[in-house]
Design a protein around this ligand. Structure first.
Ligand SMILES: C[S@@+](CC[C@H](N)C(=O)[O-])C[C@H]1O[C@@H](n2cnc3c(N)ncnc32)[C@H](O)[C@@H]1O
Length: 227
């Protein structure tokens, strides 16, 4: 059994402190939604994020990364065989648990609309109970109380350099065990201490800093050797 946690994911509603900023108000107007009904998006809200100097602004406001990651993970044979449980743990400690039966919208705007509704606790008519949303779930709580894996393997360019095949072969080759992979759902920066400290090991699979969806595809493809 495998779990994938997209950690510190850059997907959050616009924080209260930014909701009066002109760049946020203009964007919400263009979208035809209230300022509390849009995701923080660095493409549109960069000025607000920098001017208000919100904590680690460079690591936030990229919900499109989560979309890419989910499309990648949920399209794999591993997921289709229900051998993969996927979680999105956001920068601001919200948890999105993805049902193994979910078909994720491939179109970003449909995905965004679905997720914003879920973050605003609106009942979803199209996919009831296929996406669970919980507030105030820290990464530690997620690992210790919900996932409870036998081993947690994190991926970061700063980790121990290794081939993906060796990482799986040496650490995650027992089909009776539950392995949890942790991949950052953000654009810049590194794992917080809370995340890196919870991992049993952290590996780098390339000297390049890769997009998270590339790392997800390589890890999950390698898992297919063990199912
Ligand atoms: C765009 S990166 C975040 C930037 C960060 N400096 C980095 O490269 O780790 C998003 C995520 O992809 C994964 N990742 C990126 N490059 C990697 C590498 N060379 N080896 C392993 N994981 C990597 C990590 O989980 C990272 O948090």
């Amino acid at each position: 059994m495998y779990s994938l946690v997209i950690a510190e994911a850059a997907m959050e509603l616009v924080p209260q402190i930014l909701r009066n900023h002109p760049s946020v108000k203009n964007h919400s107007k263009r979208m035809g939604r209230g300022v509390n009904e849009i995701f923080l998006d660095i493409s549109y809200h960069h000025k607000a994020m920098v001017e208000k100097n919100i904590d680690q602004w460079w690591k936030r406001g990229r919900p499109d990364i989560v979309h890419f990651d989910l499309v990648e993970a949920l399209s794999t044979p591993l997921f289709k065989q229900k051998k993969l449980q996927v979680y999105v743990s956001t920068f601001d400690n919200n948890l999105v648990t993805i049902s193994q039966d979910l078909r994720i919208p491939k179109n970003y705007y449909r995905f965004e609309g679905l997720m914003i509704g879920i973050f605003n606790k609106q009942k979803n008519k199209n996919s009831p109970n296929l996406i669970e949303f919980q507030e105030n779930v820290t990464f530690k709580d997620l690992i210790e109380k919900i996932v409870r894996p036998d081993l947690i393997i994190g991926f970061s360019v700063k980790g121990t350099q290794s081939k993906i095949s060796d990482i799986l072969q040496n650490n995650a080759n027992d089909t009776t065990k539950h392995y949890c992979f942790v991949i950052g759902g953000f654009q810049r920066g590194n794992f917080s201490e809370a995340v890196s400290g919870a991992c049993d090991a952290i590996y780098s699979i390339s000297p390049f800093s890769l997009e998270s969806h590339v790392v997800i595809s390589r890890v999950l493809y390698e898992c297919e050797n063990y199912i």
